[in-house]
Design a protein around this ligand. Structure first.
Ligand SMILES: [Zn+2]
Length: 92
């Protein structure tokens, strides 16, 4: 399966999953039922699962628009909370 993108003039981009090579020139928009022409994009075949895509998208987004934080990360999200072996390392 591949994900093809179409652009509705009113509702923006919509994605449709179809077998490779079976993309139509246009798809009906699910919101307004008008034909939305296909948008040609770079293939995303090698990016893996949705979780991997979310990670890659977040990394790319942080390069351009880094999140501004007002406090250090909580102890819960500290690296030693994720990996118990790090808690045994000497502290400074
Ligand atoms: Zn629409």
């Amino acid at each position: 399966m591949a994900v093809y993108q179409y652009h509705c003039a009113e509702h923006g981009v919509l994605e449709v999953a179809r077998p490779i090579g079976t993309a139509a020139a246009s798809e009906l928009c699910p919101d307004c039922a008008t034909p939305a022409p296909r948008v040609f994009t770079a293939p995303r075949l090698a990016l893996g699962s949705a979780r991997n895509r979310a990670l890659i998208d977040r990394a790319e987004r942080s390069a351009d628009q880094p999140a501004v934080v007002s406090a250090p990360p909580s102890r819960r999200s500290a690296p030693q909370a994720l990996n118990p072996a790090l808690a045994r390392l000497p502290r400074l």
